[in-house]
Design a protein around this ligand. Structure first.
Ligand code: KG4
Ligand code: ZN
Length: 337
């Protein structure tokens, strides 16, 4: 019997709903919230209100695109956390309501685990390549920067973490200083393609082991711009591409050097990247070059599975369904999970 999972993701500013059947994506819809752009970051209260407005129509569309009806859904998977509490509450309440109405199981999913699980998403009419275990994954998003070892679909161990900012935060905060709208990562990526990555150099942290730090880089970037702007008020405008290329290459080199170290220490050569920052073209190219040099079996997610999406919640929920890891209806969302 086929297993059909309806998956809901509402941890931050995107409302996403997906339908997964036996590990294959039937639909994966994302409603972006443009409203936060003008505020320079996500406004939690506005995010939860937008989730409330979006969740029903996005679910209807996801089921329509998948060609299923309410009666076909076997379980509802949802993001329990981490994320913004108000946003999570909308997804959690909706998932509970759906499960109660249909009398089907509810499955809670950890958003970070789900980012890594994108590598197990199957697509129809495509040659699907999935990692074997143990699998080492660099998880880089707006809120997290971690190195994770996956021993099977359920067992994930964190062997490296940021001690301050996340990589995505470094992109976004430095972009904000340059006057870029939120989130700045994609724009920095675009501008960096036209720039010289050796034009400027910024502080690289000396952090022990497999941990990361990005706050020193952010401060060094801020001082650098402040000094240059004193000499020339148009400095940013004139040198945008070179600034972005240099900043991006610093962030990437921090990420890649720790991944190399992790592979070296663990002996694992099945390597992947995941999370919003894994959409970065410089990181994708840099990892591909390292993989060729070091004979890694590298996994880079499709762009649509890098930033927040419900397909990743669905695939994680599918594996939990197979082990009957269901959640009681007393469940509450967790901002930290
Ligand atoms: O995974 P995600 O959608 O949300 C979180 O769970 O945090 O990641 C969002 C982050 C933002 O910081 C955004 O600037 C960054 O991913 N991002 C990028 C790119 N696309 C998204 N950073 C660098 N280059 C990109 N192309
Ligand atoms: Zn995320």
């Amino acid at each position: 019997m086929a297993v059909t999972i309806l998956a809901i993701e509402s941890s931050c500013d995107d409302t996403s709903v997906a339908v997964i059947r036996d590990g294959y994506v039937l639909s994966n819809l994302i409603a972006n919230q443009e409203i936060h752009k003008s505020y320079g970051g996500v406004v939690p209260e506005l995010a939860s209100r937008a989730h409330q407005a979006n969740i029903v129509p996005v679910t209807q569309q996801a089921m329509l695109r998948a060609g299923i009806s309410i009666g076909d859904v076997d379980a509802v998977a949802f993001t329990r956390g981490p994320g913004l509490l108000g946003s999570l509450l909308v997804g959690t309440s909706f998932a509970k309501g759906f499960a109660v109405t249909r009398n089907i199981p509810l499955i809670e999913v950890n958003h970070l685990q789900a980012h890594v699980m994108v590598h197990f998403i199957l697509e129809r009419e495509k040659e699907n390549r999935i990692p074997s275990f143990p699998f080492l994954c660099l998880l880089v998003s707006g809120g997290h920067t971690r190195i994770i070892i996956m021993r099977n679909h359920y067992d994930m161990e964190m062997i490296g973490n940021t001690i301050d900012d996340a990589a995505g935060e470094a992109f976004d905060k430095c972009g904000k200083v340059m006057g870029f709208p939120y989130p700045a990562g994609p724009l920095i990526d675009k501008l960096a393609r036209e720039g010289n990555s050796r034009a400027y150099s910024f502080a690289k942290p000396a952090v022990k082991g497999l941990d990361f730090s990005f706050s020193g880089l952010k401060t060094s970037f801020l001082y650098f711009l402040r000094d240059r702007l004193k000499e020339d008020p148009d400095f940013i405008e004139k040198n945008k591409a070179d600034i972005c290329a240099s900043l991006q290459s610093t962030i990437i080199s921090i990420l890649i050097s720790k991944t190399i170290k992790a592979s070296h220490e663990t002996g694992i050569t099945e390597i992947g990247i995941a999370g919003g920052v894994s959409a970065n073209s410089g990181l994708r190219t840099g990892m591909t070059e390292e993989a060729q040099k070091r004979k890694w079996n590298l996994f880079i997610p499709e762009f649509r599975y890098t930033t927040d999406n419900a397909a990743m919640i669905g695939i994680t929920g599918y594996y939990k369904y197979l082990r009957k890891e269901f959640t009681g209806h007393e469940v509450i969302p967790l901002a930290r999970y």
